[in-house]
Design a protein around this ligand. Structure first.
Ligand SMILES: Nc1ncnc2c1ncn2[C@@H]1O[C@H](COP(=O)(O)OP(=O)(O)O)[C@@H](O)[C@H]1O
Ligand SMILES: [Mg+2]
Length: 252
């Protein structure tokens, strides 16, 4: 079943880039897929992820989530289905792990419901998620005291507390050591295989991509230059680089 459909996504022309950031993007993602988004710096990966949350103004194109087109009217509803791990985590460092996870519920709770603390079942869910992600000992610790890998797992718990069907992640392993990177990727892989969570993640490491994802989408200068299986990515990427070189030669 098609969970996400994108047709001809195009953003505004940017003079300094001499092109739009997204330049005619077409793809769809089926329920339960684990997709990695690759490409050089500036290719448009973060912009594409953010567009799926309705955070990027488009000059043309349509995005459907669960068959519902993203419009100002449907945005709130669509966003409830999508959890996002922003680049760098985006946690509030002064708060404890569990408080950060509970922040993931602010979008669906009214001020009145959280004024005197979060409802009991939100707190129970947050505790369960942190335990499930191997952070039982860190539940009440201040986020700034946690390691990079632990912080990334807190960010995953915060995204999961709204029970999304789709998880978007922007470079979730950047800045982490090898062990922490593998833990984060294993967590994502488990959520995908055991809970059927559909995952789209930007990665910069081809090895990790091939190890965990079934499908790769490679962006170059705002266009998709590869969409297919993860095997042989190295060779596909060599072709991608060739494309970039040709493009540069053409410009000069
Ligand atoms: N609002 C903006 N105005 C001008 N340039 C932008 C803006 N936002 C992003 N860019 C540029 O667009 C390109 C694509 O950005 P991004 O989606 O972050 O790429 P990636 O995540 O693949 O590195 C980058 O060169 C970035 O500097
Ligand atoms: Mg980026």
């Amino acid at each position: 079943m098609k969970l996400i459909e994108c047709y001809n996504l195009e953003t505004a022309y940017i003079a300094s880039l001499n092109r739009p950031i997204l330049n005619g993007i077409n793809f769809h993602i089926n329920q339960g897929e684990f997709v990695v988004l690759l490409g050089l710096n500036g290719a448009g990966k973060s912009t594409l992820l953010r567009s799926l949350l309705g955070l990027v103004p488009l000059v043309s194109g349509e995005i459907y989530v669960h068959g519902v087109q993203i419009t100002p009217q449907t945005l709130r509803k669509v966003r409830r289905d999508i959890g996002m791990l922003f680049q760098g985590g985006g946690l509030i460092q002064q708060l404890s792990a569990i408080e950060n996870v509970l922040c993931g519920r602010l979008g669906v709770r009214t001020t009145g419901q959280t004024l005197f603390g979060f409802p009991e079942r939100d707190r129970i869910l947050a505790l369960e998620l942190l335990e499930q992600l191997g952070l039982k000992e860190q539940i009440y610790q201040k986020t700034s005291r946690l390691s990079g890998g632990q912080q990334q797992r807190v960010a995953i718990a915060r995204a999961l507390i709204q029970s999304p069907q789709i998880l978007l992640a922007d470079e979730p392993t950047t800045g982490l050591d090898v062990v922490a990177s593998q833990q984060v990727m294993q967590t994502l892989a488990q959520l995908n295989s055991e809970q059927g969570l559909t995952i789209i993640t930007v990665l910069h490491d081809l090895g990790i991509a091939a190890e965990y994802a079934q499908r790769a989408i490679v962006l170059d200068a705002g266009r998709i230059v590869y969409d297919g299986k993860c095997n042989n990515l190295q060779a596909q990427f060599a072709q991608g680089f060739k494309l970039v070189e040709t493009y540069k030669e053409y410009e000069e």
